[in-house]
Design a protein around this ligand. Structure first.
Ligand SMILES: Nc1ncnc2c1ncn2[C@@H]1O[C@H](COP(=O)(O)OP(=O)(O)OP(=O)(O)O)[C@@H](O)[C@H]1O
Length: 356
């Protein structure tokens, strides 16, 4: 194909449906240039989600994280996660005090189980030992458990935790990709406001009911409602950065045994994600979020009020044409979803308490 770069904006003023196409010569920095404004949105109080989707080996992990750490790659190859961390703390440093607090959690969805990659009881990195989060109650409630969320004070601290989590992520060699991710990775960054005028600093340290033992709670947990005087006690916005496992055709990837089971769960969960997007696009009354752990974890971003960005990774190779078309079909479906304006929470920046 002739690679084109263009910007298309559709619909009424409150929809921002933008399509950008990057070619092989476009750098990681150029891709991040279009993600960067979402970090400002995050500090302005919007939830944000960035998802990389594509066939196995098409460049999702490279786009989100950069090349594997073992290669000693130059900083210019860094992916969206490290760049977003740097940008977030740059923006925070420019904000007037009191500065928002930042927490990070890292989970993977592997064979439809959710694993907490920052859990303190995980064994040595690379041992493959990960702590599973117990399944949520099957009574229609949302995910009942929350993963470890660590408070961080700098981009390097945040990235150290992400890298530690990555060492526990499930990867295997397949015929298509020797270092294939066999799980969906979700890095969640929570930005929480400091207390506003008249709210005691101690209130920030109250444990949130959903918080688990040992968690550093002050930087994590959902926003609380305003007090009777209308002051937001604290407000938080979330950035979810998602490196999906690759869709694959078992015949092409050579999967067998446990790898075949993994591939089957990957394809099932990606199909569940596509089904959710289809239901949202058609504005169906029932959206099947509960068909997979992946869609349940992303439910707030998919059907809620987040700013949602899908990055489709496709191979230019002709041999991958069927998978490429399948990926483009997923992207087309995602673009049909019209959810109305993203909702702004009380801002994570000091002194900005409005909603919009
Ligand atoms: N834009 C790029 N420039 C240079 N190398 C790249 C680029 N994109 C991907 N690669 C390389 O291609 C290989 C596959 O990329 P990557 O691991 O990101 O694929 P993936 O889509 O995450 O695969 P899987 O779903 O199997 O995990 C890696 O060696 C990666 O470093």
């Amino acid at each position: 194909p002739s690679w084109c770069a263009g910007r298309q904006e559709l619909g009424a003023a409150h929809y921002a449906l933008v399509l950008l196409v990057y070619g092989p010569a476009d750098s990681q920095g150029e891709v991040f240039g279009d993600v960067r404004p979402l970090l400002t949105s995050l500090l302005d109080g919007y939830n944000v989600c960035v998802v990389a989707y594509g066939q196995t080996g098409s460049g999702k992990s490279y786009t989100m994280l950069g090349p594997p750490a073992k290669g000693g790659a130059p900083p210019s190859d860094a992916g969206i996660v490290p760049r977003a961390a740097e940008e977030l703390f740059r923006l925070i440093a420019e904000s007037p005090p009191p500065r928002p607090q930042v927490g990070v959690s890292v989970v993977e969805v592997y064979n439809n189980d959710v694993f907490d990659l920052l859990a303190k009881d995980s064994r040595a990195p690379g041992s493959g030992a990960r702590r599973g989060l117990p399944a949520a109650a099957g009574d229609g409630r949302k995910e009942a458990t929350t993963p470890t969320c660590e408070a961080v004070g700098s981009a390097s601290e945040l990235l150290r935790l992400v890298r530690g989590g990555l060492r526990r992520r499930a990867t295997h060699a397949t015929l298509v990709h020797e270092d294939s991710s066999r799980s969906h990775l979700i890095v969640t960054v929570t930005v929480t406001t400091a207390p506003g005028p008249g709210v005691s600093a101690a209130s920030l340290l109250l444990p949130h009911p959903a918080a688990g033992a040992g968690r550093r709670r002050s930087a994590c947990g959902p926003a609380r409602p305003p007090d009777p005087a209308g002051r937001a006690e604290r407000a938080s916005a979330q950035l979810q950065l998602v490196d999906l496992a690759g869709s694959e055709c078992a015949g092409v990837s050579g999967a067998a045994g446990s790898a075949l089971r993994e591939a089957s769960w990957i394809n099932r969960s990606l199909a569940a994600l596509a089904d959710v997007l289809g239901a949202l696009a058609e504005r169906r009354g029932h959206v099947p979020y509960r068909n997979s752990r992946l869609t349940r974890l992303l439910q707030d971003s998919l059907g809620g009020d987040a700013k949602f960005l899908v990055i489709l990774c496709v191979s230019p190779g002709q041999r991958r044409l069927a998978q490429t078309l399948q990926g483009l079909g997923f992207g087309a479906r995602a673009r049909q979803v019209e959810r109305g304006p993203a909702r702004r929470r009380p801002s994570a920046r000091a002194g900005e308490g409005s909603t919009g």
